[in-house]
Write a protein that binds this ligand. Structure first.
Ligand SMILES: C[S@@+](CC[C@H](N)C(=O)[O-])C[C@H]1O[C@@H](n2cnc3c(N)ncnc32)[C@H](O)[C@@H]1O
Length: 173
């Protein structure tokens, strides 16, 4: 019986510990995401979509269905395995085990998706701005649920908010 205890303990740990780094696992509402990727921010084949905490990979698969490339970062190794399995035949989807706060976005990123807790939304806005500055071009961000305080969304559809982050120019001394 002790192996069963350790398996259950491991699963609880994998799902529980992430709350110190971000939102716990709750998948986005599939139909709402489909509408967001069609009406709020129509996806193009040239898009590279990043999911910051990709869960079971639902966002990645929906983005790929629209022809975009999609990369997910996920802290929970069980969810990484599940999402890799569910997208195993899809070359446009990649799932990376890691902490989103610690990664630099891929150079060709166009859109970032985040279903995060309210607590992290300002931190996310800062990260998006830093990455837009680093890459030297506009990045878009879709937030599911939370809106960014003191920032005007460029669009909204149901619980999805769309933001644009323009690179800030450095002023020469
Ligand atoms: C609310 S769920 C959203 C899942 C998916 N994006 C969706 O919309 O269906 C948040 C996910 O982010 C993961 N997560 C939380 N903090 C993270 C971090 N710092 N880096 C990577 N993944 C994280 C959790 O394990 C969880 O699967």
């Amino acid at each position: 019986m002790s192996w069963l205890f350790w398996i259950v303990f491991g699963i609880i740990l994998a799902f529980g510990l992430v709350v110190f780094r971000g939102a716990p696992y709750v998948p986005s509402h599939r139909r709402q995401v489909e509408r967001a990727f069609t009406k709020l921010r129509p996806l193009r084949k040239s898009d590279v979509v990043i999911d910051a905490g990709s869960g079971d990979g639902v966002i990645l698969r929906l983005a790929s269905r629209k022809g975009a490339r999609a990369v997910g970062y996920e802290l929970n190794p069980l969810l990484v395995l599940i999402s890799r399995f569910l997208s195993r035949r899809d070359e446009r989807v990649q799932v990376r085990l890691g902490d989103f706060w610690r990664v630099s976005l891929p150079e060709d990123t166009t859109l970032v998706y985040g279903f995060m807790v309210e607590r992290d939304i300002k931190k996310m806005a800062n990260k998006m701005q830093q990455e837009a500055n680093r890459l030297g071009r506009t990045l878009e961000f879709i937030s599911y649920g939370s809106s960014i305080p003191e920032m005007k969304a460029t669009g909204q559809l149901g619980a999805h908010h769309l933001y644009r982050f323009e690179p800030l120019q450095r002023t020469e001394a």
